[in-house]
Design a protein around this ligand. Structure first.
Ligand code: ADP
Length: 256
């Protein structure tokens, strides 16, 4: 924790980041990047400035969601984030690669070094909420990345299947062991709303998120259904146009 305190100094003279929120998941494919971007959208809709630091180095999906394919610019002072149409500032390894389909095959310590630089060497400017799309899981890489950044709190993203297993609790304990407050939990792929009758179908079985949240004593920040509009926004590279409708409770927690 003494290391954390040092980090709270401004990263560089060109950054004034007020809050760093990590978005974590116990495993890949639960919609962590989508939730990260949704949280940023929500804060922008509320009138805050927001950024996304894409720390999911081996599976960077944030720039594409916003239709950003250019390379980030830099000078002697540092690198500039790319800015999405809605004002979200974005830094990702994909903005540094000459060809964005090049695989990143670095090992944990190198990845952590790059993520550290995304904090220290990027001129973020004024950002109220910087959301960090963390690498999935609770292995060596997410752990090292955790230690590279001054994270104020984390949001855990899960799917209903995770709740059945111990995956959520693992993510929770990873944050706890590092003295990082867990702000709450978001359940993704929670249900499907029948377009004809409006009934909610819990495709993956009855949700246990309330139970788990109570057991871990953390708030539920939202339940996001399987929504074709979200898939379309991601595939259509137009996430800047997404209207946040599922994460209103998250704002109340993050704004404190
Ligand atoms: P992760 O970051 O956990 O690997 P992503 O956020 O990249 O997962 O999501 C994986 C895929 O699932 C993406 O193609 C995304 O568009 C889709 N997806 C995620 N959440 C939803 C949702 N609630 N409704 C519809 N599609 C979703």
């Amino acid at each position: 924790t003494s290391q954390m305190k040092d980090f709270r100094k401004p990263a560089n003279p060109y950054s004034a980041v007020r809050k760093v929120i990590g978005v974590i998941s116990g495993k890949g494919g639960v919609g962590k990047s989508m939730v990260t971007a949704s949280l940023a959208r929500m804060m922008i809709e509320k009138g805050y400035t927001a950024g996304i630091l894409d720390a999911d180095i081996t599976g960077p999906s944030i720039p594409k969601m916003y239709g950003i394919h250019e390379q980030a610019l830099g000078n002697e002072e540092g690198m500039l984030p790319c800015v999405a149409k809605d004002g979200t500032k974005i830094m990702s390894v994909n903005l540094l690669l000459e060809k964005e389909d090049t695989p990143v095959i670095w090992r944990g310590p190198i990845i952590a070094g790059v993520v550290t630089q995304f904090w220290t060497d990027v001129m973020w400017g004024d950002v109220d909420y910087l959301f960090v799309d963390m690498p999935p899981g609770t292995g060596d890489v997410p752990l090292t990345v955790f230690q590279s950044l001054p994270v104020d709190g984390v949001v855990i993203v899960t799917s209903p299947q995770d709740l059945v297993s111990m995956i959520v609790k693992k993510a929770y304990h990873m944050a706890k062991d590092m003295d990082i407050p867990v702000l709450g939990i978001v359940e993704n792929f929670s249900y499907l709303k029948c377009p004809d009758c409006g009934r909610k179908i819990e495709v993956f079985g009855k949700s246990r998120i309330g139970e788990i949240a109570k057991e871990l004593d953390i708030p539920v920040l939202g339940r996001i259904p399987i929504d074709p509009k979200l898939t379309e926004a991601v595939d259509g590279e137009a996430f800047d146009q997404v209207k946040n409708v599922y994460l209103d409770d998250a704002a109340k927690v993050l704004e404190v």
